[in-house]
Design a protein around this ligand. Structure first.
Ligand SMILES: Nc1ncnc2c1ncn2[C@@H]1O[C@H](COP(=O)(O)OP(=O)(O)OP(=O)(O)O)[C@@H](O)[C@H]1O
Ligand SMILES: [Mg+2]
Length: 468
């Protein structure tokens, strides 16, 4: 049985994943992080459930059949990609978390969205990171200086809630949750206990006062929302803004959505005037593609439920190092080693004396196994110093025996490739059979391959002697 003394004592919480322990631990048993435990302030029972602070009536109880199924109201914006990721727009009284790496454009996206929302709603933007002058400067750059968004710089949770109530705001945005703190806790801002407690209070406010809350959360280098992973369980929607900081391409991904699919992505381009929606991302991704150059292969990658054409580049070059270099950008390094081992074992192509570089142009990260076959073709193309046809696209998973396996979304990939003028499709044999039925007019251009060997013989007919 816990004693009063136990209850008053703080717990230790992993700052990476939110795992709780009564003792300090060097290594987190949940996420494996080292030296991540912080002592959390004791949260008394009254503070844990601040609901009683806001007087509220008992909820109405209904049987399932009595619950109205009227179409849910959504707060929409002209930023269609934003609405799409949310499943049709913001749901009133929901709590949305926007996270992403530093400098990815979270504050920019938020300001753009808020400016549109402020036309019809009372919107309060609280910044704990930037001064009002900085926000005004950004608004000038984005062409939103005339917007009716109310701005305040504040870091105290209680004062933020007071502001939101006195201005009767419909939408409250907080940039970022790591900078705000409640005076009920003795912990510094950004600690697990503060982040959790503040989010919990904001959630209560969202539900009880009918305020839609959008919070920004920073991400650690491991890619999780800094502070507690538990934050993700509290909120209704978690959006990630991701991309390569050296490129302008940005993807807004929904990783959790209580009101819609998590399969949708929004595609944006970061420009001086803010994040611009991309209706034809494939065109941008292929804009500077070199044609007729060895080592370049195009694949229709699927992100969410959309296909994007991306160029995969490989460079295989003689190495003077005892341990040749293997560098990948936008593609998993161990997957690349696996594919090279398969090429070596099944086709007799040796990379032992060669440095290998693989790059996904445009800063996109390919996570799906469908990229295996195009990566292998790009490696072979560079190795043989022979370009692939400029109108060729490929996709398919490669197994350890060199077999090419089917992956999902065949028709979405094919349609996108056709739309951009490609007309040779090197794809898994079973997918080709299926596609021939679905798209009889493409029959002659669908090249089904069951193995890497077949793929190399079809794509590089002139180098037949070079493979075993
Ligand atoms: N004058 C400018 N011209 C073009 N792009 C700019 C300009 N100023 C900023 N940017 C872009 O905006 C990005 C910063 O945007 P923003 O401040 O919205 O990011 P953030 O995710 O909120 O960052 P933080 O994590 O620091 O809060 C920069 O990385 C840069 O790409
Ligand atoms: Mg910011």
């Amino acid at each position: 049985m816990s004693t009063k003394r136990d209850r008053d004592r703080g717990v230790f919480i992993c700052s990476e994943c939110g795992y709780e322990s009564a003792k300090w631990l060097g290594k987190c048993p949940e996420c494996g992080g080292w030296n991540t435990f912080e002592e959390s302030e004791p949260i008394g029972p009254a503070l844990k459930f601040p609901g009683h602070l806001l007087k509220r009536p008992l909820p109405e109880v209904k049987s399932l059949s009595e619950i109205s199924l009227e179409r849910e109201f959504r707060i929409q914006t002209p930023i269609l990609e934003w609405d799409r990721v949310l499943g049709g727009g913001l749901v009133p009284s929901s709590l949305v978390l926007i996270s992403g790496d530093p400098g990815m454009g979270k504050s920019t996206l938020l300001l753009q969205v808020l400016a549109h929302l402020a036309r019809r709603h009372t919107v309060l933007y609280i910044s704990g990171e930037e001064s009002d002058r900085q926000i005004r400067l950004r608004a000038e750059r984005l062409g939103l200086a005339e917007s009716k968004v109310l701005v305040a710089c504040e870091t105290s949770l209680e004062r933020i809630i007071e502001l939101a109530e006195s201005y009767e705001v419909d939408i409250l945005a907080i940039d970022s949750i790591q900078t705000i703190a409640s005076s009920f806790l003795d912990a510094t801002p950004g600690t697990v206990s503060q982040i959790r407690y503040c989010t919990d209070r904001l959630l209560q406010m969202a539900k009880l006062r009918n305020v839609t809350v959008i919070i920004v959360g920073h991400v650690t280098k491991e890619g999780i929302v800094a502070g507690p992973k538990a934050l993700e369980h509290l909120v209704d929607v978690v959006l990630y803004l991701e991309g390569d900081p050296t490129h302008s391409f940005r993807l807004l991904r929904s990783v959790k959505n209580r009101y819609g699919s998590t399969n949708e992505i929004g595609v944006f381009e970061m420009k001086e005037t803010g994040l611009h929606e991309l209706t034809n991302p494939s065109q941008l991704l292929l804009a500077e593609r070199p044609v007729g150059v060895p080592g370049s292969v195009v694949m229709p990658a699927v992100e969410g439920t959309r296909a994007l054409l991306v160029e995969i580049q490989a460079l295989v070059t003689y190495s003077s190092l005892a341990m040749p270099r293997r560098t990948t950008l936008g593609f998993d390094g161990s997957r690349a080693s696996l594919l090279m081992a398969v090429l070596e074992k099944r086709l007799g192509l040796s990379f032992a004396q060669e440095d290998v570089f693989i790059n996904v142009a445009g800063g996109l990260r390919l996570r799906e196994p469908a990229a295996d076959l195009p990566v292998c073709l790009a490696l072979m193309s560079s190795h043989f110093d022979t370009p692939v046809s400029a109108s060729l696209v490929a996709w398919g998973e490669v197994g350890l025996t060199g077999e090419v396996r089917a992956v999902g979304y065949g028709s979405i990939r094919l349609n996108e490739a056709v739309r951009l003028g490609f007309n040779e499709f090197v794809i898994p044999a079973s997918t080709a059979e299926q596609m021939k039925k679905e798209f009889p007019s493409f029959e002659a251009r669908l090249i089904g391959v069951a193995s890497l060997r077949e793929a190399v013989l079809r794509v590089f007919p002139d180098v037949k002697g070079a493979v075993k």
